[in-house]
Design a protein around this ligand. Structure first.
Ligand SMILES: Nc1ncnc2c1ncn2[C@@H]1O[C@H](COP(=O)(O)OP(=O)(O)OP(=O)(O)O)[C@@H](O)[C@H]1O
Ligand SMILES: O=C(O)c1ccc[n+]([C@@H]2O[C@H](COP(=O)([O-])O)[C@@H](O)[C@H]2O)c1
Length: 214
């Protein structure tokens, strides 16, 4: 049985403790050796990030410097086109082969907008989706057809390594009321983000003046 390879895509503007704690919990639930953080360049379907791609990578490096669980993959930063996940998954699948199990980690809010993703119904042909809980978001999709699609693909942790792709696993992660939007807002107001960000990320933000009060 091959080890499950896990990828966690995001805008990470900035990476925060919600991302990190959820990923660590998922790694523990799924017995993962590694979670690859995949910062996007041109995020689809949202305003463009405040920090540059280079700054967001530096933030990621600060966040994971003491935790060997994580690594960073920069491939989406090498493309100027929107970072469609299906394109990245296509490349990854070619690299790891047809049979290796592959998981893409998202939060519940991302699952609720999955039907807006490029070629969304093909995503599960390339990976499993592992979904972290997120406070404030419904457990059900508003569109019955999309909810049926989700329900049809639900699976459990033990089944993920047995198939290369095709499952949706709703991970029973703790609830973290942390968002990058709120962190940027707090930093713009000069408020502390002590419990929301790793110390090294706070230091990088302070040193560079990123998200400075306006
Ligand atoms: N607190 C959280 N709990 C669970 N999942 C989260 C949390 N924060 C972010 N995620 C998930 O991590 C992925 C990347 O998120 P992203 O980098 O956009 O952070 P964000 O906090 O959602 O940012 P923003 O507030 O700018 O939208 C998404 O799939 C998102 O659902
Ligand atoms: O492929 C798409 O159409 C698509 C649409 C929205 C989000 N995504 C991906 O989902 C991940 C989380 O996105 P975000 O915007 O919440 O940071 C990140 O890897 C995005 O590139 C992908």
């Amino acid at each position: 049985m091959s080890k499950l390879s896990a990828w966690f895509g995001g805008t990470f503007d900035p990476i925060h403790n919600g991302h990190l704690h959820c990923a660590r919990e998922i790694a523990s639930l799924l017995d993962l050796d590694n979670v690859t953080l995949l910062p996007n360049n041109v995020p689809p379907h949202r305003p463009q990030p405040e920090a540059t791609a280079a700054q967001r990578v530096e933030l990621l490096k600060c966040a994971i410097q003491d935790d060997p669980l994580f690594s960073i993959d920069r491939r989406e930063l090498d493309r100027d086109t929107p970072s469609w996940t299906i394109d990245t998954l296509t490349l990854l699948r070619k690299e790891i082969g047809e049979t290796a199990p592959l998981a893409f980690i998202i939060g519940q809010d991302s699952l609720l907008s999955i039907n807006q993703w490029e070629r969304w119904q093909e995503i599960l042909e390339y990976c499993h989706l592992v979904v972290a809980q997120r406070p404030g978001y419904s457990s059900q999709h508003a569109d019955n057809k999309v909810q049926s699609w989700i329900t049809r693909h639900l699976t459990d942790a033990a089944s993920l390594p047995l198939q290369p792709c095709g499952g949706i696993f709703l991970a029973d992660t703790s609830l973290y009321t942390i968002s990058a939007t709120d962190i940027r807002r707090r930093l713009h107001l000069g408020l502390s983000c002590q419990d929301l960000l790793p110390d090294a990320v706070i230091e990088y933000i302070a040193d560079t003046g990123l998200y400075r009060p306006c």
